[in-house]
Design a protein around this ligand. Structure first.
Ligand code: PMV
Length: 319
């Protein structure tokens, strides 16, 4: 039976994706930009040919909803495919706003195309990963990646590409965990509710292109304070748009606000750092490597756990 295993790292968006212009194709309303992060990873093995479709997720049979999404992506690899067995393991908390779906679908498409004997270009892999989870389009790439909005109705020009390699800039992303449980509202449902009911949603979409342009320039210049201004603005505008939905989508906890204040005070003391948040209460802090320990020590006073991540490489096949 043909078998392949792939490893991918999650990514954290610095300019956020929130909202879809096409739901079935998972086409975004805005472009987005991220940093792929190690050592967190997902390892996925696909057996192309099995008695029945089976998904084992972190050692346990997956839910029907998880299985539906995974096998729909396998159908994209080959619509005449045989039944397949997929086993996927995360070495970090799943569904805690740490973008586990980004590494999950990136590893899946790489392993599935290899097991099926249908190798694809990185752009094609990124398009396929996008269908599983938007952020996964970026985890095909290492380092700093941008996911293009694209213009085509079929979505074939909405894929990610590397804007700077993994060794471009020696930064760390600290993940301060306040709640490692699964989130109350999925990003998929939260986005939908925001675009259907939030009066702030059009303003969010209109503000994104400027954020992307400024973020690209700040990354090119390795200017953490300039990148930090864009990161925090993008995260705050995304969260403002969802908080104004009806009913509101509110992921923040008291610890989230505390961590933001901690970052601001460190910055006032001359430590360049900046925060971002996704669809969950946890706060991620970008800092240059030399300052990572001091920031981690400060965050650890209130967070349940603090993880120190570094730029990670692209999704890859493993023997
Ligand atoms: O790719 P999804 O459907 O898990 O959505 C990701 C949404 C955010 O994490 C909040 C933003 C982003 O760009 O990753």
């Amino acid at each position: 039976m043909p078998v392949a295993t792939a490893v991918a790292h999650p990514n954290i968006a610095l300019c956020k994706y929130w909202g879809k212009r096409d739901r079935p194709l998972n086409l975004p309303s805005v472009g987005s930009l991220s940093l792929t992060l190690a050592p967190f990873s997902t390892t996925t093995t696909v057996e192309w040919g099995a008695e029945r479709d089976e998904l084992v997720f972190n050692g346990r049979p997956a839910s029907a909803e998880e299985a539906r999404k995974v096998f729909a992506v396998c159908d994209l690899v080959d619509s005449w495919r045989p039944r397949v067995r997929v086993a996927s393991d995360n070495d970090f908390p799943t569904a805690a706003g740490l973008a586990s779906s980004s590494s999950g679908f990136a590893a899946l498409v790489l392993a599935a195309t290899a097991a099926a004997g249908h190798p694809r270009t990185v752009e094609q892999l990124s398009v396929m990963a996008r269908r599983g989870s938007g952020s996964a389009s970026r985890s095909i790439f290492g380092g700093w990646a941008e996911w293009k909005l694209g213009e085509r109705d079929d979505g074939m020009d909405s894929y990610a590409f590397e804007i700077a390699p993994v060794d471009h800039w020696d930064v760390r992303m600290l993940v301060a965990i306040f709640d490692a449980g699964p989130k109350g509202v999925s990003s998929r449902d939260g986005m939908l509710r925001t675009q259907e009911t939030s009066p702030f949603y059009p303003a969010w979409v209109a503000s994104a292109p400027r954020d992307l342009a400024e973020a690209r320039a700040a990354i090119r210049d390795r200017d953490l304070l300039a990148l930090g201004r864009v990161m925090e603005r993008s995260a705050l505008r995304m969260h403002a748009s969802m908080m104004a939905a009806d009913p509101p989508v509110l992921y923040w906890k008291s610890g989230s606000v505390w961590a933001q204040e901690c970052v601001r005070s460190l910055r006032d003391q001359g430590v360049p750092c900046a925060w971002t948040m996704d669809a969950g209460p946890n706060v991620k802090v970008l800092v240059e490597a030399a300052h990572a320990d001091v920031v981690a020590e400060r965050l650890a006073r209130v967070a349940d756990q603090v993880h120190i991540l570094h730029p990670g490489g692209p999704a890859r096949l493993v023997p």
